[in-house]
Design a protein around this ligand. Structure first.
Ligand code: DAT
Ligand code: MG
Length: 166
């Protein structure tokens, strides 16, 4: 099945200079990159992204982590990968959620760690299923930032304030 999935290189992945390594591994899947950008993650975006975990004891640390507060890198790299079995292929490369349990050759197994404070610094995010992928892609990207029309869109007339170059 042709599908799309959200990939985030988390602040620890950026700080450890793993971007090239991760992109190389992902390119071996023959999936296509349909969108990519560097994002400064607001608390609001972080909390929305992980809202299904809001009752967990590690939630606050998770929000601080994805915002880059532990890595003095206040950014993540966000991408949409597209192609045959994209979700399963990227999840497989990423490895298990717990980096100590992840296969040693997976990205999380090779490069992740659990901090003494119990934070899973697992380097990469990958959507878990097609419903989550849709929710996450729509949260992180606007339609015009993605090169394919993945989900239905509509045109609205808007007169909103926006920042422009001077
Ligand atoms: P995944 O990222 O593999 O989809 P998830 O959606 O269940 O896993 O959790 C999101 C993130 O939350 C995960 O990447 C790391 C963190 N996390 C999950 N379970 C945790 C735990 N028991 N302790 C600390 N952090 C955890
Ligand atoms: Mg998940």
């Amino acid at each position: 099945m042709i599908e799309q999935t959200l990939v985030l290189i988390k602040p620890d992945g950026l700080k450890k200079s793993l971007t090239g390594n991760i992109l190389t591994r992902l390119s071996e899947t023959k999936l296509e990159i349909a969108a990519a950008k560097i994002v400064r993650v607001s608390r609001e975006l972080a909390m929305e992204h992980y809202k299904y975990l809001s009752d967990k004891p590690f939630f606050n640390e998770l929000i601080d982590y994805i915002q880059g507060k532990y890595h003095d890198r206040r950014k993540v790299m966000a991408m949409v990968y597209w192609g045959e079995n994209a979700i399963e292929k990227v999840r497989g490369l990423a490895g298990a959620t717990n980096p100590e349990e992840a296969d040693a050759t997976s990205i999380r197994g090779a490069f992740g760690r659990i901090t003494t404070g119990g934070v899973y610094e697992n380097v990469i995010h990958a959507s878990a299923n097609s419903g989550e992928a849709e929710r996450e892609i729509k949260l992180w990207f606007q339609p015009d930032e993605i090169v394919f029309e993945m989900y239905p869109t509509k045109i609205i007339e808007a007169m909103t304030a926006r920042r422009v170059w001077v």
